[in-house]
Design a protein around this ligand. Structure first.
Ligand SMILES: NC(=O)c1ccc[n+]([C@@H]2O[C@H](COP(=O)([O-])OP(=O)(O)OC[C@H]3O[C@@H](n4cnc5c(N)ncnc54)[C@H](O)[C@@H]3O)[C@@H](O)[C@H]2O)c1
Length: 393
């Protein structure tokens, strides 16, 4: 099972936007780089978009881009789409204005940095990069080039999640957030071989969604990870991760990828405790508020023309290129989500609580080392600390 076949919260077809985003101008001509499972999902997303148009597809495997175009793009539209193995060559031939980087995580840093330095803004699939040091380096490359680099965290673009935030705010704001995640997928492939499949490949979505629900900046992470005796994964398929925020809020994620029987939605099940009551969300339907002193309130259903997941990421990115607001997942903001993931792995491996400020300082040193070998960006030299650098994005 490819990653792209991971279920989305709603069928993508139901999410086709009807209303152009504010600030939108001409369609943004884009090249999709990486023609694997998720790359094909992105090709389809661009094809149905009212903010971007597909002008090229790239894959490092010879012939893979042309094959993906033949599979996904209607025959009548294939002629105008450039294909090849080199991003900058295809982007130039296709007169692209932006790149969507859907390569494997190990390729995110070189593909994105090359595109930025060629003057092309980038919308990248999660994770931002393979390591936190590479992610921090990319924040520096975005500064050095002045080009937008945004990470698509698709599950953040779920109208129910934002409705849960609105309901929690009406009750005084979420101070205790709990996520329960139980699934039992048989992926095969790399997920069944890696050391921390749940934390790295899945919990990143919940950590990022938690940041939508909670005010403030994450401070520390404590994690326990384990592999139940019946697990079909080589690495730890279950974990409990506790993230503290400088607002005093705490987000606890408890999840498993080997729990058949009572399963949650792919977004997990959420409870938000606030001063004036609580909010419950099953990850699929509108959340519900339970005020301490009143009747239960069912949250608003999403608007018919609401944009979801990849459609929303793309529309937000294109709107930003046409003068709209900078997306919340612009690289400087998104690095915090990757920092939580890396801190959770380190805490699980060491048994220690990990302070994000320390981890980010270490990543800053690592990013500077990468940049000095690369020679194209000196932006990180101006960062006083990892935390401080991320707040200037
Ligand atoms: N948001 C989500 O829910 C979600 C779901 C699945 C995957 N993803 C992310 O999408 C990305 C791609 O995942 P996938 O499942 O499609 O992987 P995949 O292995 O199926 O496809 C990746 C493709 O990138 C190509 N590639 C690798 N290096 C390249 C380079 N330097 N230049 C051009 N092409 C290159 C590979 O040949 C391959 O065809 C990953 O970052 C993954 O984490 C996100």
């Amino acid at each position: 099972m490819s990653a792209a076949s991971e279920p989305t919260a709603v069928p993508a077809a139901a999410a086709v936007p009807a209303v152009p985003a504010p600030g939108e101008g001409a369609l943004v001509p884009v090249v999709v780089v990486g023609a694997g499972g998720m790359g094909k999902a992105w090709i389809s997303t661009v094809l149905r978009s009212d903010t971007a148009r597909l002008v090229g597809v790239v894959d490092v495997i010879d012939g893979a881009a042309a094959k993906a175009v033949a599979e996904v793009v209607p025959t009548t539209e294939q002629a105008g789409i450039a294909t090849g193995t080199d991003t900058l060559d295809v982007a130039q031939r296709a007169q692209a204005e932006a790149v969507i980087d859907v390569t494997i995580p190990a390729a995110h840093h070189p593909v994105t940095a090359d595109a930025l330095h060629a003057g092309l803004p980038v919308l990248g699939e999660k994770p931002c990069a393979a390591t936190l040091a590479e992610a921090v380096s990319l924040a520096g490359h975005a500064e050095a080039t002045g080009k937008l680099f945004t990470v698509s965290q698709s599950r953040r673009h779920n109208p129910h999640l934002h409705e849960a935030r609105r309901l929690a705010d009406s009750l005084g704001g979420a101070g205790i957030v709990n996520t329960r995640f139980s699934k039992a997928p048989r992926f095969g492939g790399f997920r069944e071989e890696m050391a921390h499949p749940l934390i790295i490949d899945m919990a990143i979505h919940a950590f990022d969604a938690g940041r939508v629900l909670i005010d403030g900046t994450p401070v520390s992470v404590t994690a326990t990870s384990y592999n139940p005796s019946w697990s079909w994964y080589a690495g730890d398929a279950a974990a409990t991760v506790v993230i503290t925020y400088d607002s005093g809020a705490v987000h606890t994620f408890s999840g498993s990828w080997c729990s058949p029987g009572v399963e949650t939605s792919w977004n997990g099940e959420w409870t938000l405790s606030c001063g004036g009551g609580s909010v419950a969300w099953d990850g699929e339907t509108p959340p519900t508020a339970c005020p301490a002193d009143g009747e239960q309130i069912v949250g608003r259903a999403p608007a018919a023309d609401a944009r979801w997941e990849l459609d929303a990421s793309l529309a937000e990115f294109c709107a930003a290129l046409r003068g709209g607001p900078t997306p919340a997942s612009e690289v400087h903001g998104n690095v915090w989500t990757q920092a939580i993931v890396e801190a959770a792995v380190r805490s699980a491996d060491s048994g220690q609580r990990v302070q994000l400020a320390d981890l980010l300082d270490e990543a800053l040193e690592g990013g500077r080392a990468l940049d000095s070998v690369d020679g194209r960006s000196r932006a990180l030299q101006a960062w006083k600390t990892g935390r401080a650098g991320l707040s200037i994005g």
